[in-house]
Design a protein around this ligand. Structure first.
Ligand SMILES: Nc1ncnc2c1ncn2[C@@H]1O[C@H](COP(=O)(O)OP(=O)(O)OP(=O)(O)O)[C@@H](O)[C@H]1O
Length: 520
């Protein structure tokens, strides 16, 4: 930002306390028009609290907010009127409405008192085309792929007058090709003079996209630097400070033999603590059809991590409802240890030792109003004796699981709703992976988690496989698959297009295969 330019948005000495615990302390932040300013930090560092303050959703208890140089007591309405808009990870398009209706909601053009649809579609199409987005405006939001939804949502906020767009992990659940579309849109916005505050845990993405980067740690601003003046290791060091006890290499797939799944958990459900020889087939899917999946076959062996990779919504997202028993298959069989598991039966899936960890933690994974320890206990108790609450053991186990998965919060054992997204994800994994299992399905297990936690989760998953579990990983993240899996199955439009040992395929081939290329 030129020294004399007035920032479009400025925070001075902002602080925020939740129930006596400090989430933000004395944070300064500036954003210039036409700048992409990224905010990074470990889970719980204060990123969401900071951006909620920028949007008037949280009132800071110290410091001031300035828009175009003027001090403003920000409320959501004032922020909106000033053109400060946030695009959350949870998409807010109305599913049953068309793109044109969503873009112009509340402002549809009328002629003689009736909606002028031709003009509406033209206006919406022009708004999208201005930003380089090609999506037909008569499609409904429900039919959009996740990346298209993100693009339309960002375009809508820009079209409705957004001068400062706060993008909260817009690419978190997107593959590389889809993320690149979002990056193009962000660059288009920047060149039009829009200021963008960008939150992401993907530091490579940040380094390639941002102009400046602010690092938060424990609610404090550690540094603000030009992206061109910093590299990945320096950024990681600033984020973790002296907290890092091991190398934060997110691609280290080596299992840590000291951290295999809890020995103390072997009294729980499932089909017994087993340590198999590698090579034994454990989870078998035969001719499974449901939603977009068509006659899907897969064998996952004991001690093996098999990844199902593909664009989100292209078939691999059917696996969670099917394997967890939430949904009945139209055709085909699920077999665990050579025995059929009736589809559409949650109890049968659990009894067979199948553990399915959802990628949508708040919809299917956690009870937001209960504490972390209560959530951890629910899964364990539900598997065995739902009526018996043993409070002391619950607290002890809860503390151990929170420590092991690095669930950090300003309160010791808060309700899950008060946790940051990454800490919610760690709680979810601790709840399901802490129970004895034969096979597990992990849907996007590191979605929203920070670099250090990602490395920990990879070690834990490696440890599960090392102890004999068959691990199925459903992911859109090519790097995660390359770093973690032994085998990869690429699924497109519900069908397998490639099935390879991971050492017989390159990262670039996988990117091409998921984006539509052919297996060679
Ligand atoms: N409503 C709330 N009540 C109590 N504590 C809260 C509340 N909102 C946030 N916190 C706490 O404030 C701290 C900062 O959380 P915040 O969500 O801002 O972190 P974050 O950097 O966005 O993390 P993540 O990367 O995991 O999303 C955390 O310790 C969190 O538990």
């Amino acid at each position: 930002m030129p020294d004399n330019a007035v920032p479009v948005l400025e925070l001075r000495g902002v602080g925020k306390t939740f129930g006596g615990a400090r989430a933000l302390t004395d944070v300064d932040f500036t954003l210039a028009a036409g700048e992409v300013h990224a905010v990074v930090g470990l889970n719980g560092a204060g990123k969401s609290t900071l951006v909620e303050t920028m949007c008037g959703a949280l009132v800071p208890d110290g410091g001031t907010v300035h828009i175009d140089g003027r001090h403003t007591a920000l409320t959501p309405r004032r922020a909106h009127a000033a053109g400060v808009r946030i695009v959350h990870q949870r998409r807010s398009l109305v599913p049953g409405l068309t793109i044109a209706e969503n873009l112009l909601l509340g402002r549809l053009p009328t002629r003689f008192g009736v909606v002028d649809w031709r003009r509406a579609h033209r206006t919406a199409a022009d708004a999208l085309a201005d930003l380089g987005i090609e999506i037909a405006t008569d499609r409904t939001a429900a039919g959009l792929a996740p990346a298209e939804r993100t693009l339309v949502e960002i375009a809508r906020e820009a079209h409705l007058g957004g001068r400062v767009l706060v993008l909260d992990e817009p690419t978190a659940s997107l593959g590389a090709a889809d993320a690149a579309r979002v990056h193009r849109l962000v660059r288009a916005l920047r060149s039009r003079g829009t200021g963008v505050v960008y939150i992401s845990h993907d530091l490579d993405e940040i380094l390639g996209l941002a102009d400046r980067i602010t690092v938060l740690r424990d609610g404090r601003r550690i540094v603000t630097v030009a992206a061109a003046d910093v590299d990945l290791p320096a950024l990681v060091r600033a984020m973790v400070g002296d907290r890092l006890t091991h190398e934060a290499d997110t691609r280290d797939p080596r299992p840590d033999p000291t951290r295999t799944h809890d020995a103390q958990d072997s009294d729980v459900g499932g089909s017994g603590g087993r340590a198999r020889m590698a090579g034994e087939p454990v989870l078998e899917l035969r001719g499974l059809s449901a939603g977009r999946l068509r006659g899907f076959d897969l064998k996952v062996h004991s001690g093996e991590i098999t990844a199902v990779l593909g664009p989100i919504g292209d078939g691999q997202s059917e696996l969670f409802p099917l394997l967890s028993g939430l949904r009945r298959a139209g055709a085909g069989q699920i077999r665990v240890d050579g025995r059929d598991v009736p589809s559409g039966d949650v109890g049968a899936a659990l009894a067979a030792g199948l553990r399915c960890v959802t990628g949508d933690r708040l919809a299917h994974g956690l009870v937001p109003g209960l504490t972390v320890d209560e959530n951890l206990d629910l899964v364990r108790r539900g598997l065995r004796r739902p009526w018996l609450v043993r409070w002391r053991r619950m607290r002890e186990r809860g503390r151990a699981a929170r420590d092991r998965y690095g669930v950090t919060a300003v309160h010791a054992n808060p309700p899950v709703a008060a946790l940051s997204g990454g800490n919610q994800q760690k709680t979810l994994l601790a709840a399901w992976l802490g129970t004895d299992m034969t096979a597990c399905l992990l849907e996007e297990p590191t979605g929203g988690v920070d670099v250090a936690a990602k490395a920990d989760i990879h070690r834990i998953v490696g440890g599960l496989a090392a102890s004999g579990a068959a691990v199925l990983l459903a992911s859109g993240d090519v790097d995660e698959v390359v770093g973690l899996a032994d085998r990869v199955v690429v699924v497109r439009a519900g069908r397998t297009v490639a099935d390879r040992p991971i050492d017989q395929v390159t990262r670039d081939e996988l990117v091409a295969l998921t984006a539509g290329g052919r297996a060679t």
